[in-house]
Design a protein around this ligand. Structure first.
Ligand code: CDP
Ligand code: MG
Length: 750
C-alpha cells in the first residue's frame, strides 16, 4: 500500500473511525478487509462460507441459462454473433491485419514482444497463424507450439475456443495441460498450458527441445512462474537456437520485456477501441460491494442497452453479489427489464464457463460479476458498462510471519485502466470507478507488484535448485525477490531436509521436486514411504487438493452435520478425509452414497483422479506405496512435512498459538477437533477471515517432533529454560531472523 491512511484503504475497512483507532495499520487493515468480505454473512460462519460449495447458486444460474436458452430457441435471431462463421469472425479481429508481419517477424527473430489490447486476438490467433504457416516444421520433425497462461481457466477455455476454430476436439490438434489434467495427445500441435506446467517441464527438458515456439502469454500479470520462465527460456534459447520465444502483454510495459530479451523487436497490434467515459466517485465508498450493486441497479434502470461488467475480488463476494442482485430483481418484479446475472471466477465449473461468452438474448441485459480474470485473461463481448470498485484479492506472503494469506488490496493504475478499457470494445462505453480521482492518483501504484516480490518462494527455489541452479543471486530475475523472502524459503527448505548446510540440494530435496505440490506436502509423501503408509497419505493429499468435500445445504444443515460427524476422526481432519474416501470406495464410488452423505461427488471423483496421478508419479520413481492405517504412523508422516504449522492450546483461554511466532490461530466449529481441547495440533493452511482460522488440523504428540524435524525442534535442557518454556518443553531450534540470514549467506555463497 502506498498510503495506508488514504481513502481507498479506508474504503476497504468499514469507515474512517476504525482507521483512526488503528494501532497496527497493516494488521488491522488485513483483518478489516477480511471482515468486509464477510460483512454480508453476519452469522460469523466465515470459514463455513468458504468451505461451502456453490451448488444452489449453480442451480440458480443454470435455471436462468436454460430459461434464456428457451427464449433463444423461440427467437433465434436474437443471437447475432453466432451467425458469423468462424473464418469471418477470425478476420474481424484487429490482429488479422498484422498476420504477415507477425509471421515474418517470428521467422526473423528468436525473441519477439507483442503488445495488444485485450480481445485483439493474441491468445487465440498468433499460434494458429504460426501453425498454418508450418513454422513448427524443423529438421523434418514436427515440433510443438506451446502457449502459457497464468490461469487454469484461461488455458482450458482458450484451448476449447481454438479447437473449435480449427474444427477439432480438444486433445487432438489443440490441447491443454494444467496440473493434474492433461488433455493432449500424440496428435497435439498446439498446446495451451499454465505457466506452472511449463516451468515444471523445464526440469526435465531445460533446452525445451519439444518446442519450436513458446508464447509466454499475459506476461503483464507477472506471475512467479512466468517470471521464472523469462529467465529459463532466455537460457533455453541460447542452448536451442531453433527455439522461438514470443512474449505477449496487454499493457505498455513492453520496453522492459524487450530490453530483457536482448532488445528484441516489439510489435504493437493496433487497438480498435472506442472512447470510455470515466466516472469517479466524489466521496470514498465505505462499502465497495454495496456500492457496486447499487451502481449496477442504477445503470440497469437508467442507462441504455449494453452489458455490465463488475469487478469483485473473489468467488464468495461474487456469490453474495449474485444473491443480492437476484433478490433485488425479484422484489422489483416486472417493473424493470430482466437482468441475466453471470458469475465468472477461476473455480467456476467448466460447464458454466462456456456460457459466460454467449451473448444475452434480445431485450435482456447481462451483468457479469467477475474477478480480475476478466481484466485481460478472458474477453467477454458486448460489455458497455464497467463497474470498478478498485480492489483485487492477492496472495501475499508476509516474510516476517513466514505465512501466505489472501488479502484484498487496491489495484494499480494500470489495472484500473485495463478494467475501464473493457467497456470500449464494441462501442463507446462508460466506466464507474467507485473511488475518488485523488485516490487513483495518490493511492494506487502505477503498476502491479510482480508476484515474485510478494509470495512464498519455497516451491520455486526448490525447483530451481533441482535444475542445478544454485547461485540464486545471479539467476537473472527480471525483478529479483526481496532477500528476506528468499532467505525464508531457503530456511524452510533447509528444515525440510531438502537443502543441506551449504544450501545444496539433498537427495530428499531432489525427490521432493518431482512432486507438483508445495514442498511440505511433497516431504510428507516421501516420509510416508519410509513410514509404510503412502497409500493413506496419497488419499489424504488427494482429498486436500480438492476444494470442498462436505456439502451443507441451508435447509438441511443439521442432517448434513450429523452425517459429517460420522466421518469425524478423534485425531482430526486429515484422518476424517481418509474415512470419507474409504467409505466412498466401499460404496463402489456410488453417486447415491454421495447424495445420502452430503458429499460432493465431483470432489470425490477429482480426488480419485488426483490420487491416480500421484500413484503414477510414485511408480515412475519406484517409490513403494504400502498401506498402514495406524493413525500414529499417518500423523507422524504429516509432522515430517508440516512441523512449522504447529500450534499449542493455551490452557487458560483455550486459544491456539503458533509455536513459530505465537500468532493466535483458531479452530473453526466445522473442524473435527473443535471443542476437543487437544493441546498440540498441526494445520494444513491458515485462512485469514474474521480471524486466523486453521484449515484442516490434526492432533499430534509433541514428543515426535525432535525426531521428525531435528533441524527445527530440539528437546531442551530443563536447566536452561524459562518457566514458560518449561511448560512447552519443545522449543523451535532457531531464532528465525538470525538463522535465516545465515541460511541466506550460505546459500548465496557470498
Ligand atoms: O488474447 P487477446 O486478449 O488479444 O484475444 P483472444 O483471447 O485471442 O480473443 C479474441 C476473440 O476471440 C475475443 O474477442 C473473443 O470474442 C473470442 N474468444 C471467444 O469467443 N472465446 C474464448 N474462450 C476466447 C476468445
Ligand atoms: Mg489473451
Amino acid at each position: 500500500l502506498k498510503n495506508p491512511e488514504g481513502s481507498l484503504s479506508r474504503a476497504a475497512m468499514t469507515g474512517s473511525k476504525l482507521a483512526q483507532q488503528m494501532k497496527d495499520e497493516k494488521n488491522s487493515l488485513q483483518k478489516e478487509q477480511g471482515r468486509l468480505l464477510r460483512k454480508h454473512d453476519e452469522s460469523g460462519a466465515a470459514l463455513d462460507a468458504i468451505l461451502k460449495k456453490d451448488k444452489k447458486r449453480q442451480e440458480a444460474t443454470e435455471d436462468v441459462i436454460s430459461q434464456w436458452r428457451r427464449k433463444q430457441k423461440a427467437n433465434p435471431k436474437a443471437n447475432k454473433l453466432s451467425k458469423m462463421s468462424i473464418p469471418e469472425t477470425r478476420k474481424t479481429l484487429p490482429i488479422y491485419s498484422m498476420r504477415a508481419e507477425l509471421v515474418s517477424a517470428v521467422r526473423d527473430n528468436q525473441f519477439l514482444v507483442i503488445v495488444g489490447e485485450t480481445g485483439s486476438g493474441k491468445t487465440t490467433q498468433i499460434v494458429q497463424y504460426m501453425y498454418e504457416e508450418g513454422i513448427m516444421l524443423r529438421d523434418g520433425q514436427e515440433k510443438l507450439i506451446g502457449c502459457t497462461q497464468p490461469r487454469r481457466v484461461a488455458a482450458v477455455s482458450v484451448a476449447a475456443r481454438v479447437a473449435e476454430e480449427m474444427g477439432c476436439k480438444v486433445g487432438q490438434k489443440v490441447g491443454y495441460t494444467i496440473r493434474f489434467e492433461d488433455m493432449t495427445s500424440a496428435d497435439t500441435k498446439i498446446k495451451y498450458m499454465t505457466d506452472g506446467i511449463l516451468q515444471r517441464e523445464a526440469l526435465l527438458d531445460p533446452a525445451m527441445l519439444k518446442y519450436l515456439l513458446i508464447m509466454l502469454d499475459e506476461a503483464h500479470e507477472r506471475t512467479i512462474a512466468t517470471d521464472v520462465l523469462f529467465t529459463l527460456l532466455k537460457d533455453a534459447a541460447s542452448k536451442n537456437p531453433s527455439l522461438k520465444v514470443i512474449v505477449t502483454s496487454a499493457t505498455l510495459d513492453s520496453e522492459k520485456f524487450s530490453h530483457f530479451f536482448n532488445d528484441c523487436p516489439v510489435i504493437k497490434i493496433p487497438g480498435r477501441t472506442f472512447p470510455v467515459k470515466i466516472d469517479f466517485s466524489r466521496e470514498p465508498e465505505p462499502d465497495y460491494l454495496a456500492a457496486a450493486l447499487d451502481c449496477v441497479m442504477q445503470i440497469h434502470v437508467a442507462e441504455p442497452d449494453g452489458d455490465i461488467l463488475v469487478f469483485l475480488t473473489g468467488q464468495e463476494e461474487i456469490e453474495t453479489g449474485f444473491d443480492a442482485l437476484t433478490n433485488r430483481m425479484k422484489k422489483l418484479g416486472g417493473a424493470v427489464p430482466e437482468l441475466l446475472i453471470v458469475p465468472v471466477y477461476a473455480a467456476l465449473p467448466s460447464e458454466l464457463q462456456a456460457k459466460v461468452f454467449e451473448p444475452a438474448p434480445e431485450g435482456m441485459r447481462k451483468v457479469i460479476l467477475a474477478t480480475n480474470i476478466a481484466e485481460t485473461s478472458i474477453t467477454i463481448d458486448g460489455v458497455k458498462y464497467v463497474v470498478d470498485p478498485g480492489f483485487v484479492k492477492i496472495n501475499a506472503y508476509d516474510p516476517k510471519l513466514g505465512m501466505d494469506s489472501l488479502v484484498v488490496s487496491p489495484i494499480s493504475q494500470a489495472q484500473a485502466n485495463q478494467r475501464s478499457g473493457r467497456a470500449g470494445r464494441t462501442g463507446p462505453g462508460k466506466c464507474y470507478r467507485l473511488y475518488t480521482e485523488a485516490a487513483f492518483h495518490n493511492e494506487m501504484l502505477p503498476n502491479t507488484i510482480p508476484e515474485i516480490q510478494r509470495q512464498n518462494l519455497s516451491a520455486t527455489i526448490l525447483m530451481l535448485k533441482a535444475m542445478g541452479i544454485h547461485d540464486l543471486m545471479n539467476f537473472g530475475f527480471m525483478d529479483p525477490p526481496p532477500p528476506q523472502t528468499m532467505a525464508n524459503a531457503l530456511h524452510e527448505l533447509y528444515t525440510l531436509d531438502a537443502l543441506d548446510d551449504n544450501g545444496y540440494l539433498t537427495g530428499i530435496g531432489r525427490k521432493m521436486a518431482d512432486f507438483p505440490m508445495e514442498p511440505a506436502l511433497a516431504k510428507t509423501v516421501l516420509a510416508s514411504v519410509d513410514h509404510g503408509c503412502a497409500s493413506e497419505i496419497l488419499t489424504i493429499v488427494a482429498m486436500l487438493s480438492v476444494q470442498t468435500v462436505f456439502y451443507r445445504p441451508k435447509e438441511k444443515q443439521a442432517a448434513a452435520d450429523q452425517r459429517k460427524q460420522r466421518f469425524h476422526s478423534i485425531h482430526g481432519d486429515h484422518l476424517t478425509y481418509l474415512n470419507v474416501y474409504r467409505a466412498w470406495e466401499l460404496s463402489g464410488r456410488s453417486s447415491r452414497w454421495c447424495k445420502d452423505n452430503f458429499i460432493y461427488e465431483r470432489s470425490m471423483k477429482r480426488a480419485y483422479d488426483v490420487r491416480g496421478q500421484l500413484m503414477a508419479i510414485m511408480a515412475r520413481f519406484k517409490l513403494s506405496v504400502l498401506s498402514n492405517d495406524n493413525n500414529n504412523t499417518i500423523r507422524r508422516a504429516f509432522c515430517s512435512g508440516f512441523f512449522r504449522n504447529l500450534a499449542r492450546r493455551d490452557p487458560q483461554d483455550g486459544v491456539y498459538n503458533t509455536l513459530f511466532d505465537q500468532t493466535p490461530v483458531h479452530l473453526h466449529p466445522s473442524l473435527a477437533l473443535f471443542g476437543k481441547s487437544v493441546e498440540y495440533v498441526i494445520y494444513h493452511t491458515l485462512l485469514l477471515t474474521t480471524k486466523e482460522y486453521m484449515h484442516c488440523s490434526t492432533a499430534i504428540d509433541p514428543r515426535w517432533l525432535p525426531e521428525l524435524a531435528p533441524k527445527f525442534f530440539r528437546k531442551s535442557d530443563p536447566a536452561n529454560l524459562s518457566d514458560r518454556q518449561k511448560r512447552e518443553k519443545i522449543v523451535p531450534l532457531f531464532n528465525k531472523y538470525a538463522e535465516n540470514q545465515d541460511a541466506w549467506r550460505l546459500s548465496a555463497q557470498v
